[in-house]
Design a protein around this ligand. Structure first.
Ligand code: 0O2
Length: 270
């Protein structure tokens, strides 16, 4: 198969990866805009390099013309979560979608690989609209915690360096550190509620402060400078108290003031 043909074959996979990264990022944004904790921490995607596709096909004895139907991970999405519990939430999110068809689940969390690898894989089929019409391509969605990802990235680089013949002493260390990763994930799950509360507060504060600054910015069109300066001073005082309830009250009061100016402005236009 020549390079041009490969590019054509891989194009729908690239479309699928681009679209799914965008869609999962939108899910994250939706949670955060609602001031809620997002089970998705970050999303990346990639299309496997041609050399890696050929190498994997060779390793698994797959004929070149059967590569796209038999390899599950030519298109890959990686979703990183903070906590193990979030992984199952993300799986539910995928299950509820009407645009993603699930083919297979690979639960390497309950069934950790011998290497120590842990991650939850969902093999899916995703439709893209090409100029020749709809094409459904296989996409492997890997869902793992930050800690699992840290281990997998390090171990993967060792596999790359030693071409899968990792020396025994390094393998032992990797195996021991995979146990430490399980412990770390378990410990984090125990204080998950507190961590989520803290992160929610930070996000809510950011949203409220953002709205306050927008309202103050809007006042520059209608209110007089002296009043705006007074409002800004008041805002700094409230901000320094680091109390979300006070900030929320300040936002409500400011909103009422801004609404008054907007009404005045509308009357002036009549
Ligand atoms: P790359 O370079 O990440 O793309 P199988 O289902 O067993 O017939 P397959 O298709 O290899 O074979 O499925 P599997 O085992 O679920 O692996 C799919 C991908 O998961 C791998 O792709 C890796 O990304 C990741 N993975 C699986 N096992 C390990 C592991 O032991 N260590 C690490 N670091 N990652 C793993 P590729 O093509 O192997 O690699």
């Amino acid at each position: 198969m020549n390079m041009k043909l490969w590019r054509e074959i891989l194009y729908p996979y690239e479309m699928a990866v681009d679209e799914l990264v965008l869609k999962f990022n939108n899910i994250q944004r939706e949670y955060r805009n609602a001031g809620e904790y997002s089970p998705i921490e970050s999303v990346t995607g990639r299309v496997k390099k041609i050399a890696s596709i050929l190498e994997k096909g060779n390793r698994k004895n797959i004929e070149i013309e059967h590569l796209t139907e038999q390899l599950d991970d030519i298109a890959g999405i990686r979703i990183i979560c903070q906590f193990v519990e979030d992984i199952y939430k993300v799986v539910e999110i995928i299950e509820r979608r009407t645009d993603i068809e699930i083919i297979q689940y690979k639960d390497y969390i309950s069934n950790q690989k011998l290497s120590g690898y842990r991650s939850y894989h969902v093999i899916t089929r995703y439709p893209v609209q090409t100029r020749e019409g709809q094409k459904k391509v296989k996409v492997e969605i890997q869902i793992r915690t930050l800690a699992m990802n840290f281990w997998a990235v390090i171990e993967h680089s060792m596999q790359y360096k030693y071409h899968e013949h990792i020396p025994e002493h390094i393998r032992e260390r990797l195996s021991a550190s995979s146990e430490a990763i399980i412990q770390l994930d378990n410990e984090m799950s125990l204080i998950r509620d507190e961590i989520m509360d803290a992160q929610n507060s930070i996000r809510q504060k950011d949203l409220i402060v953002g709205e306050i600054l927008n309202l103050i910015h809007g006042l520059y069109r209608t209110a007089n400078k002296r009043e705006i300066l007074k409002i800004q001073d008041e805002f700094y005082k409230v901000y320094k108290k680091n109390d979300i309830a006070l900030l929320r009250t300040f936002l409500e009061e400011l909103d009422a003031i801004a609404e008054g100016y907007r009404a005045q402005d509308a009357e002036g236009d009549l």
